[in-house]
Structures are given as structure tokens and as C-alpha cells.
Design a protein around this ligand. Structure first.
Ligand SMILES: Cc1cc2nc3c(=O)[nH]c(=O)nc-3n(C[C@H](O)[C@H](O)[C@H](O)COP(=O)(O)OP(=O)(O)OC[C@H]3O[C@@H](n4cnc5c(N)ncnc54)[C@H](O)[C@@H]3O)c2cc1C
Length: 281
């Protein structure tokens, strides 16, 4: 049983990880080894005290150096589900279940909108995890949304199992090129009854499929943690960064505007200290 699990390797998650490490807690930190895409993409950051005018890519490099100096490295796995249990939480990341006393959601804000039908058909043909559910589609026809180049190997993995893959990429020049993979225009909706039956593209084209894999960086918080109170794309927290689910805290862009690094770092710090209190109780 871990003391804590942190989901997210942006400024909020890093700030919490540093503080938990300073208190010598046993925790797992999930995210990307590239830390934060958003920080990386910031041309110049001028409002983080003490750093003057700094390119985002340089700040990201400094995050990496600071983490390494503290003996920290994010585990590069996507968390797809959190299940509250009796006094603890179970966290599912790519086929492995981890048990923890506390959890921090530092997942950033999900900019992409869900597909119509995605929430309703999740677990009934809609999946966020190729390695968890891919085996169910041996010899079948599936659609895949690939949100970033880092998921291309998962598309290739699925193409090795399914007979046919319809691939919608969320970025230009997707590198997947296999005989059973057909690239398609953006998906608008997924439809079905008890199971996924078809996807619908933005131009109205309907394609019959047995399943839809959605491989994007983030999962909507309400989908990740059942029963979590949300307000639009944001997680509702109190001044201790606590959510309505006991033991679950949230920090950074996922809790609301302004979307700023200083806010994310501050909330990550508050959350870590409150999680320490929660553990002590
Ligand atoms: C172009 C641009 C310019 C900006 N300029 C500024 C600026 O000048 N000043 C400023 O203060 N802010 C700026 N920002 C905003 C700033 O980058 C964000 O406020 C900050 O990165 C938020 O940090 P975060 O930790 O909340 O989330 P993020 O930085 O978004 O990090 C979230 C992390 O969580 C990971 N993650 C999400 N879901 C999962 C999951 N299910 N499993 C595992 N990992 C997961 C993601 O992969 C990501 O690594 C800018 C943003 C952009 C896009």
C-alpha cells in the first residue's frame, strides 16, 4: 500500500512529489518523462518569480533536473481508472492495480472534448487502454483515435491484434503505416446499444466497428474517479485542495482558472501537505 499516488507530471504534480519526497513518503508518481507539454510549448514565461524571462522548454528541463536531483522520476504510464475502496483507493495504470491511502489529481485540464457517446459506451466497446483491452478485439474491426505520436506504438500493437483498424490522428503526419490501418477523418460520435456498433465522422459517414480506442494524454476527471464532483472540465476542491472523495486531492489547471504555473505549483504544495495530514489521521 502506497502513502500516495500522484497523477500528472506538470508543475502541480512535480511540486507535490518534491514535498512528499522531503517528508520521506512512499509514493508513486505517474505522468510523462517529458513532464508538461504545456510548459514545453510556452514560448516565454515571464511571471514565475525568480526566473526572469524563461522559455518553457528551459523550465521543463529544469523540472527534470530538479526531479532527478531529488531522486524522482515519473512512471510513464497513463492512469485510466481510480476505484475508491474501503478506506483506500485502487489505481489502474496500464493493466496494473496499485493501492494507495491518498491520491493527487494533477492531470492538467482536458482541452479535447469527449466524443458524443464516449461516456455512455465506456467499458462497452470504448477503451482508453490498448494493452488492457486490445486482446478482446482479435480478428475484429476497431477504430482508434491517436492523440499524440507517443501513442503510435499502441496503434501498431492494436493493428497486430485486430483485423482492421480505422485510424483518426489528432496531429499531422502520423507515422503509422500498416496494410490493415486505414486513416480516416475526425470522429464526431460513437454509437451503439449494449456494445459499440459504429462511429460517425464529422462529415456524417458511418463506419461499423466493434470497438473504439481513445488514446489521448488525459482522461476526463469525472470518468477517472467515479463520483468525483466536477464543474464543467474542472474538479471541485476546497481550500485544502480536497475533493468530495475522501483521500482524493486535486491541484493545478484541473481545478480551474487561471491556468498558470505559479498556481499549479502552489496548489501542488498545499495538496501534498494536506495529504500528509490525512495520512497521519
Ligand atoms: C502555449 C502556452 C503558454 C503558456 N504560458 C504560460 C505562462 O507564460 N505563464 C504561466 O504561468 N503559465 C503559462 N501556461 C499555462 C501553464 O503551462 C499551465 O498552467 C501549467 O502547465 C499547468 O500545470 P499542471 O501541472 O496543472 O498541468 P500540465 O502542465 O497540463 O501537466 C499535466 C500532466 O499530467 C499528465 N496526465 C494527465 N492525465 C494523466 C493520466 N490519466 N495518467 C498519467 N498522466 C496524466 C499529462 O500527460 C501531463 O504531463 C501556458 C500554457 C500554454 C499551452
Amino acid at each position: 500500500m502506497y502513502d500516495a499516488v500522484i497523477i500528472g507530471s506538470g508543475p502541480a504534480g512535480l511540486s507535490a512529489a518534491i514535498n512528499l519526497k522531503l517528508h520521506e513518503k512512499g509514493f508513486l508518481w505517474f505522468g510523462s518523462r517529458d513532464y508538461s507539454d504545456k510548459v514545453e510549448k510556452s514560448e516565454k514565461i515571464a511571471n514565475y518569480p525568480g526566473l526572469g524571462l524563461i522559455p518553457g522548454a528551459e523550465l521543463n528541463t529544469r523540472f527534470d533536473a530538479h526531479a532527478k536531483e531529488m531522486g524522482l522520476e515519473p512512471v510513464d504510464k497513463k492512469v485510466t481508472n481510480v476505484m475508491p475502496a474501503d478506506g483506500y483507493l485502487m489505481v489502474l495504470a496500464e493493466n496494473e492495480v496499485y493501492e494507495t491511502k491518498t491520491l493527487l489529481l494533477a492531470t492538467g485540464v482536458l482541452t479535447a472534448k469527449s466524443y458524443e457517446g464516449e461516456d455512455e459506451l465506456l467499458g462497452r466497446g470504448v477503451s482508453y487502454c490498448a494493452t488492457c483491452d486490445g486482446f478482446l478485439y482479435k480478428g475484429k474491426t476497431i477504430a482508434v483515435f491517436c492523440g499524440a505520436p507517443r501513442y503510435e506504438h499502441e496503434v501498431e500493437y492494436l493493428a497486430g491484434i485486430a483485423e482492421k483498424v480505422y485510424l483518426s490522428a489528432g496531429y499531422p503526419n502520423c507515422g503509422v503505416d500498416l496494410p490493415n490501418v486505414e486513416k480516416i477523418a475526425p470522429v464526431r460520435a460513437v454509437q451503439g446499444g449494449m456494445k459499440v456498433a459504429q462511429i460517425v465522422l464529422h462529415d456524417g459517414t458511418e463506419i461499423p466497428v466493434d470497438g473504439l480506442f481513445i488514446l489521448r494524454n488525459a482522461v476526463a476527471p469525472g470518468t477517472l474517479v467515479p463520483g468525483l464532483a466536477t464543474d464543467g472540465p474542472h474538479i471541485v476542491v476546497d481550500r485544502k485542495q480536497a475533493t468530495n472523495v475522501p483521500g482524493v486531492y486535486a491541484a493545478g489547471d484541473c481545478t480551474g482558472r487561471p491556468y498558470q504555473i505559479a498556481k499549479a505549483v502552489g496548489e501542488g504544495n498545499v495538496a501534498a501537505h494536506e495529504m500528509l495530514d490525512y495520512m497521519a489521521k
